[in-house]
Ligand binder design. Structure first.
Ligand code: FDA
Length: 322
């Protein structure tokens, strides 16, 4: 039988449990949690994100900074997200350029659900208006924006908002998730000239009707999507830590005649740091996704769900604390 979803058979159960208020309370109240969270999250304050971004820029990597938060429940919270991003953009705009071998070392990643996308009645319009505000400020500060992908119920809405944003801000990046059965088609539709597409495997709990469930199927889909993007005219952002996916890039470069400055690798803060540095050393562009903020719970649980060893480490630390 094919191994279960990605590499962790417990993943669906962890992602399901993560939605329970009681689990959230239990996880966030354990004192040791915060020290483990720091492995994946730059910190709770904007200054933590700025320090992490500066260090990465100094090492020749680019950054995409994410102010953590998702699924806001009212318009006030959505406005709070906008205010936090405006502050972040101003700080990023003042950072020293670093040693990244490319033109746009600074990026922010944003979740439309944090901008109000799922608010009743006019949520999509609210999120689009807020995203426009962020893109306008980002342009002033020389920062790029990529719109994160969330669960499949929002994919159509998210991609249509990205298309609208691109009319005024053609550099806005989209994220496609290889575990979704629709994604090969989306790679063809969205991978046109200049289009920045981040390809990841996908981190949410999705039904079999819309998503591949076995690791083999997800990996095969990732490779098919990567081939489409590398063969297209866009700017692929290869977001994976998986050595097999990363190794697939070199033959595709030879096959398509792409140069190493026409795409980039992306990885998450705190994951495979040595591999990130190795890729920079061999002349590849690398961008690191740097999350920060107090709303780290959803992000942290997705990272725990990805790796049994992360979960084991978390449980062991929790149970053996003084
Ligand atoms: P895979 O899970 O097979 O892992 C391959 C190897 O990477 C592992 O063997 C291990 O060495 C290492 N690794 C992976 N995850 C780890 C972890 N949590 N802890 C420790 N080691 C780990 N998803 C989404 O749905 N929407 C989005 O917008 C984004 N955005 C995004 C941006 C960037 C820059 C990245 C790198 C990833 C995302 N993701 C995402 C997450 C993505 O969908 C996926 O869940 C993770 O990247 C893990 O998948 P891999 O491709 O790394 O492969």
């Amino acid at each position: 039988m094919a191994p279960s979803v990605l590499s962790n058979p417990l993943r669906p159960a962890i992602l399901a449990a993560a939605r329970s208020g009681r689990v959230k309370e239990a996880v966030t109240r354990v004192p040791v949690t915060k020290s483990i969270v720091r492995r994946f999250v730059a910190g709770e304050a904007l200054s933590d994100a700025a320090a992490a971004a500066s260090a990465l820029l100094g090492s020749g990597r680019a950054v995409s900074v994410d102010h953590l938060g998702e699924d806001v429940h009212d318009a006030e919270q959505a406005r709070g997200t906008v205010a936090a991003y405006l502050e972040l953009l101003a700080v990023l705009g003042r950072l020293p350029a670093g040693r990244f071998d490319g033109t746009h070392p600074l990026e922010v990643s944003v979740k439309l659900s944090a901008l109000g996308q799922t608010l009743p009645r006019d949520g999509e319009k609210v999120a689009l208006d807020h995203a426009r505000t962020l893109c306008t400020a980002a342009r002033e500060h020389g920062v790029r924006v990529t719109v994160d992908a969330e669960d499949h119920t929002r994919t159509d809405s998210t991609l249509s908002i990205v298309r609208e944003l691109r009319a005024d801000f053609p550099w806005v990046g989209a994220v496609l998730q290889a575990y979704l059965r629709r994604t090969e088609g989306d790679c063809r539709d969205l991978g046109g000239a200049g289009s920045r597409i981040r390809l990841c495997k996908g981190a949410y709990r999705e039904p079999e009707s819309v998503a591949y469930r076995s690791r083999a199927d997800v990996d095969a889909s990732y490779l098919r999507c990567l081939r489409i993007l590398m063969g297209g005219d866009g700017y692929p952002m290869v977001a994976t830590h998986d050595p097999a996916m990363i190794d697939a890039v070199a033959p595709l470069l030879a096959e398509t005649g792409r140069s190493t400055d026409s795409f980039e690798h992306q990885m998450l803060f705190g994951i495979r740091d040595l591999e990130q540095v190795r890729l920079v050393d061999v002349g590849r562009r690398v961008r690191v996704y740097v999350p920060y903020g107090t709303q780290w719970y959803g992000y942290f649980m997705r990272r725990l769900a990805e790796r049994p060893s992360n979960l084991r480490f978390f449980l062991r630390s929790t149970l053996t604390r003084d």
